[in-house]
Design a protein. Sequence first.
Lengths: 306, 255
Amino acid sequence: MPAISFQSVAKTFSGARGDVHALTDVSFDIQAGEFFGLLGPNGAGKTTLISILAGLSRATRGRVTVMGHDVVTDYAAARRSLGIVPQELVFDPFFSVREALRIQSGYFGVHHNDAWIDELLAHLGLADKADANMRQLSGGMKRRVLVAQALVHRPPVIVLDEPTAGVDVELRQTLWQFVARLNKEGHTVLLTTHYLEEAEALCGRIAMLKQGRVVALDRTSALLAGRASTMLRFKMDTPLPASLAAQSRVTGRIVQIKAHDAREVEAILATLREAGGQPEDLEIGRADLEDVFLEIMQGEPERVAA
Amino acid sequence: MNGALSGARTLLYKEVLRFWKVSFQTVAAPVLTAVLYLLIFGHVLEDHVKVFDSIGYTSFLIPGLVMMSVLQNAFANSSSSLIQSKITGNLVFLLVAPLSHWAWFVAYVGASMVRGLVVGSGVLLVTLWFAPLHAVEPWWIVIFAFLGAGMLGSLGLIAGLWAEKFDQMAGFQNFIIMPMTFLSGVFYSVHSLPSFWQTVSHLNPFFYMIDGFRRGFFGVSDVSPWFSLGVVGTSFLVVSGVALHLLRTGYKIRH
């Protein structure tokens, strides 16, 4: 039995300007114990899919189950199996951290679990904030409380919807160590993130969404091996020649161009030389998940250098 | 089932704790408001308004003010809690929890009733200094206070689900709840009104809540308390049915 199963899920929003298809026929399973990444650009439908899973939103068609429980017809059992860390930094200003955690736990019918609450607080670096009011916490601290609230009823499946957006390095490290430990202990983790290096480091398997469809679904290693090859990276102050600009990824001075083999590298360098460009800090490296992501999102099968 | 019950209990506890933490604003302030009404209207109108025979105007006014406070605060509790949670986004904590629509209903309406009855009791305790009052038929007091608080708590739930902005909520409060409470006979006996306005008053369910509640103190009322019970009970069932339906279908909260 998969931990999460999406079966032909579709979501259509009806608006004044006609129907918007946020999700079209999305199907995949996440097995128990997996660390699974859900990637895609803004507006691809990641949060809509998570919302349907969590019961915040209803699918127009299709079916979603959590640990075998349908999220609509058997919502109570499905939600008990699920811990959701929402994307928005929300909090209830009336309560302290400990009160918020006790109340959240109580909603799930779990009471008198202060030992676990203390453990959560300690692991998330919140022990000294237990009695502080939610309003007094910094953004990063509020984010930690959201993680604790999602875990307070000990769900077997954890969903993190862009948990590190706008979060400092220290919290990111604390969070990933903690989540990785929970995953080792058997929890299934579904992560959406914009930080592709995080997904590459943590997720065993990845699905990529584009305009509401699954456009890639594979083991992270297979995605990296199967798609992109090597990348030529260098820094340059002058503009790229037009023939190269179209196939390059430029971040400030840094230019990255895909090159399959030595001949392609030579061809690129020759083109640069002819245009009078002076590449610095030249290096050739393996493609990372970001390259794969961009290649898939641009939707072009294979591009040939030079 | 046990888990579902304890979930509802936690939500009820959280909703009560929410208003209790700001009780200066949610309990003390409405008690003060009611006392001001009593001082001003009681003083100005004591010798001018004719109500029931042998009952002084101030004595007559007190049960009306108590019931008005019960109703307004029961409405304010569920409606403001829901709209605040919707606008700040923390309603998500409830939406991801395995709580049934019954659990939501019992908790939100239950907490509204607690607040309404606490404020009402406060108003009664303070205003008793100003005029003698005896509970002649106390069961009517209890029945109408509970039913009225429950109905306004449900109405607040509906308003809280419907409103998307604070000004929509203020509109609901100012254009529906306030006129219906003020035109329900809190400050006068409807028998003193011209016949047209008497007819209009009889279409207002709030009138029957106030009249039935007052019956418990004086043993006299504008209409039979059994008839009032029928009207108020039916209104409560209708409003609760609508609130439960909206919760079950996730109206404006599950998209």
